[in-house]
Design a protein around this ligand. Structure first.
Ligand code: FAD
Length: 328
């Protein structure tokens, strides 16, 4: 996935995850690249793990539009007949993947949190299927983790949210091939005319932040978040929030961490007044170090925290700020 000649991290992360899957299946990893004048990006895709890049380069593909993209991607898949196709669960991927799946008459599991290769025996027919894609994701409001398989249709398709897979280091010495895809689209393939594009840049870069200071419902108010902003600023980090804090109007949704927010894995995650619900943990449990501050010693966040402080965050956070300040 690219926009204006810039590759999205979601796509590059899929190449890291895809390489592992391809390794397990002892097969090749391809990438489909669509756009206008984007050939140079093919090399980056190869450096990130693609063996072959299917390049659809045409003026009509310069800006994403559902119908032309779906047609081109479906045609490549029909021709190459891959076992597995992955999309980033980005705005673009969420629009495109279901279109492609329905064109190809196959299934699609959205927002997977893990992908693995495994076997499956159909409980009714007793038919054994080997090397299927386990499409793993929370279901029923996060109360269960479901493993979904597509035994009878191909390709097996899934979307994966940005940040769920690790972004691997590019290896510039990798070699691969770039294959041009024939783009034969006419007016009927694009019934939407884009008159203007207005892009709102994200004000918060949670994913790239080395330190995140997150507040939950326990912060109590919009003003309470100012304290967390001070600590985050001091540590060169960003402010995160739970869904409860967002729903209570303490802070904007851009800051939400979790299953329906951003998935993060910073070096340091400080959770203040956060209970640690499973849906919140889904977005931050991979953080390198977690410090939790909560008045309730039984709060689930303490089960995954490396350092737990049982106390009132309005007493503890000012002490942390003072301690860091004194070291400046
Ligand atoms: P609470 O659970 O109310 O916890 C507040 C905590 O603050 C308590 O543990 C309390 O002891 C502590 N506290 C209170 N006062 C203080 C104080 N002065 N000092 C220190 N501690 C104090 N949630 C997310 O976060 N992200 C998501 O993406 C997300 N997606 C969801 C998706 C679905 C489908 C569903 C059903 C839910 C989702 N949720 C998500 C909501 C999630 O289930 C929880 O409701 C939410 O995470 C709770 O937020 P909280 O920890 O801020 O609030």
């Amino acid at each position: 996935e690219q926009d204006g000649g810039k590759l999205s991290e979601a796509g590059l992360e899929l190449l890291t995850g895809g390489r592992e899957l391809a390794g397990k299946l002892d097969t090749r990893l391809g990438a489909i690249l669509l756009g206008s004048n984007v050939e140079a990006l093919g090399k980056t895709l190869i450096a990130h793990g693609a063996d072959e890049v299917f390049l659809a380069d045409a003026e009509i593909l310069a800006v994403y539009a559902t119908l032309p993209y779906a047609k081109v991607v479906s045609a490549v898949i029909e021709q190459e007949a891959p076992e597995i196709v992955l999309f980033g669960a980005t705005l673009l991927g969420r629009d495109l993947a279901p279109r492609v799946a329905s064109r190809l008459r196959t299934g699609l599991t959205a927002d997977c949190t893990a992908l693995k290769i495994g076997n499956y025996t159909d409980p009714k027919t007793k038919q054994e299927h080997t090397n299927l894609l386990y499409q793993i994701r929370p279901a029923f409001g996060g109360n269960i983790i479901a493993t979904i398989v597509t035994p009878n249709h191909r390709p097996q398709m899934a979307t994966v949210r940005e940040g769920v897979m690790r972004l691997g280091e590019p290896d510039e010495s990798r070699t691969g091939i770039i294959t041009n895809v024939d783009v034969s689209l006419d007016g009927r393939d694009n019934v939407v005319e884009i008159i203007e594009r207005v892009k709102a840049e994200k004000a918060v870069n949670l994913k790239g932040a080395p330190v995140i200071v997150t507040g939950g419902a326990g912060v109590g108010s919009k003003a309470g978040f100012e304290l967390l902003r001070e600590l985050a600023g001091l540590l060169g980090g960003e402010v995160g929030a739970t869904r409860a804090a967002v729903d209570l109007g303490f802070i904007g949704h851009d800051h939400q961490v979790g299953q329906t927010g951003t998935t993060v894995r910073p070096r340091l995650y400080i959770a203040c007044g956060v209970s640690g619900a499973i849906q919140h943990q889904a977005g931050m449990a991979e953080s390198s170090k977690i410090i939790a501050i909560n008045t309730d010693p039984k709060a689930p966040i303490f089960q995954i925290a490396h350092y737990g402080i049982v106390g009132d965050m309005f007493e503890v956070v000012p002490m942390m700020i003072e301690a860091y300040r004194s070291k400046e």
